[in-house]
Structure formats: structure tokens, C-alpha cells
Design a protein around this ligand. Structure first.
Ligand SMILES: [Fe+2]
Ligand SMILES: [Fe+2]
Length: 292
């Protein structure tokens, strides 16, 4: 990406900031024909259990699951800010990368606040991250080199971009959430553009070993994000009789949906720098059901 393009991205961020305070119609109430999450993104849609749920239970399933999704993004973004704050300490003010990353940080902090406000607006009670997630998040942010951390952040942004694309187009989605998805989608598109490009300088000269590491970083980030979405407690909350069984069925169902709905561009990206090889391919197939 040349300097003119980076300057253009910085200018858009400065001159057309999307402020959640005014961009989101916070006061709107949910209408009778609206829902909180497009049905095809819920964990149970497509299973036999889903057909037995009442409309109220389906609505509640969507509410709890979108709360979980937004909570996961906010958590992932706060890790991103932690790492990015350290990274920019070494950059000079006249450096364009520094200037862009400052704008990105500002936007990511706004996103975290937007997700938090949305969770509160929905009366949501997210199931917080497990100790394992917390540990892995803290350790990787501390220990991994910055190219890997950029790779990891990009994977999360690409997943959230897919959700954003589905959400912003769905006219029956509760307007507060539709606008949240839309805002996030617009700003993340710029982050993705920048990060993909800056990662090129690492991926083009990466040898077999490094490409293998990058591929696993992408895979594990997406895998961990996905495991934050499907939660047994949600099935208890909406009054499903056997939440253990529902959890098993939903996990399998959601894995397939996630592969269908969210993985396409990620697979393309990993393939573009030859991230699928004899050491990584099996893991992508096994954990993500990816056809690679
Ligand atoms: Fe974000
Ligand atoms: Fe971002």
C-alpha cells in the first residue's frame, strides 16, 4: 500500500468518524417483526430441536447469542488494543503506520464501548471467558511477535466482517444491532485493508516454517472465537429440557454453519500466501471442517 492510500484511509477516519453515540438509534424498541440475530447465524437453526422452539424461545436464543458474539468481539478488541499500544511505542509521529494505528485504536475503543452499550441495551448477561481463554489471551499478547499478533487480529476482524455483512443487510434485524453491524463493518473494512497489506511484507518473504506458524495463528484465533459463541448455559436460560444434548447438537451444527458462513474469505487469504501445507491442512479440516 503506498503512502497516498494510507493517507486516504487516515483522512476518512478523521473526517468521517462514525460515532456510536449518534449513529446508533439507541432508543428504538424491538418491533414485532424484528429479531436480534439473523436466524441462520443462530447455533440451533437447521436442527430438529429448533423446530420445537416457540417464537419467544427463538427470539431469546438470538438475544443471548448476539450478546455472546458482541462480548467476544469486545474482548478480542481489548486484547488487540493492549498489544497495539505496546507496538506503537516504538514508532515515530511522522510514521504513517503510526498515524493509521492511532486512528484504528480510537475506533477499536469506540467499538468496545458500542458493544458494551448494546449488551446493556439488550439486558444481556454474557457468559464471560473461561480461565483457559484468559490465559491464552494474556500469554500470546505478551509473547508472540507482532507479525503473528497482526495475523491473529486480522482473523478476528475478518470473522466480524462476515457477521457485519449479514447483519447490516437484514431489514428485520433490530435497528440498534443493524446499525452496530453496519458501523463496525464500515470501519473494519479499512482495518482489514491496511492489515492485509502490511502483512504482505511478512508473508511474501516467509519460508515454510513461518507460513506454518501464521496458518496456525489464524486457525487458533478463529477456533477460540467460535468456541466463545456456543454456550450450554444459553439453552438452559431459554428453557430447553436437555441443555447438554442441545449443546452437543448445536456445537456440531454451528461448526458447519460457521464454515459455510464465515470461512470463505479467510481460506482464500491463507491460501494466497500458501498457508495450507502438509503440517497445517489436517488441522484446518479437523477443527474448522474447511475443505482445503
Ligand atoms: Fe472493531
Ligand atoms: Fe479493527
Amino acid at each position: 500500500m503506498d503512502n497516498i492510500e494510507i493517507e486516504r484511509l487516515i483522512r476518512i477516519s478523521r473526517e468521517k468518524p462514525l460515532l456510536p453515540e449518534t449513529y446508533i438509534p439507541w432508543k428504538d424498541e424491538l418491533q414485532a417483526n424484528e429479531y436480534y440475530l439473523p436466524q441462520h447465524l443462530t447455533s440451533l437453526e437447521g436442527t430438529a430441536i429448533y423446530k420445537t422452539l416457540s417464537n419467544k424461545q427463538k427470539l431469546e436464543l438470538g438475544r443471548h447469542e448476539i450478546v455472546q458474539v458482541m462480548y467476544s468481539y469486545a474482548w478480542g478488541e481489548s486484547l488487540f488494543c493492549l498489544f497495539m499500544n505496546k507496538y506503537i511505542l516504538n514508532l515515530a509521529p511522522d510514521n504513517l503506520e503510526y498515524q493509521f494505528l492511532l486512528r484504528e485504536l480510537i475506533e477499536e475503543f469506540r467499538h468496545q464501548e458500542m458493544f458494551t452499550q448494546s449488551i446493556l441495551r439488550l439486558g444481556g448477561k454474557p457468559i464471560t471467558i473461561s480461565r483457559a481463554h484468559r490465559f491464552i489471551g494474556a500469554v500470546t499478547t505478551k509473547l508472540l511477535p507482532h507479525d503473528c499478533l497482526f495475523m491473529g487480529s486480522l482473523s478476528i476482524e475478518m470473522v466480524s466482517d462476515r457477521y457485519g455483512n449479514y447483519g447490516k443487510k437484514d431489514l428485520n434485524l433490530y435497528p440498534v444491532l443493524r446499525k452496530v453491524f453496519e458501523l463496525h463493518n464500515i470501519e473494519e473494512a479499512r482495518h482489514i485493508l491496511f492489515t492485509k497489506d502490511m502483512l504482505k511484507k511478512y508473508t511474501t518473504k516467509a519460508g515454510f516454517l513461518r507460513r506454518t506458524v501464521y496458518s496456525y495463528v489464524m486457525l487458533f484465533n478463529i477456533y477460540f472465537l467460535r468456541t466463545l459463541y456456543v454456550k450450554k448455559e444459553i439453552y438452559q436460560r431459554i428453557g430447553i429440557e436437555n441443555p447438554d444434548a442441545a449443546y452437543k447438537i448445536a456445537s456440531k451444527n454451528y461448526k458447519e454453519k460457521f464454515t459455510q458462513n464465515c470461512l470463505g474469505e479467510i481460506v482464500e487469504f491463507v491460501d494466497s500466501w500458501r498457508g495450507f501445507n502438509g503440517v497445517t491442512r489436517w488441522a484446518w479440516r479437523w477443527l474448522m471442517g474447511a475443505k482445503v
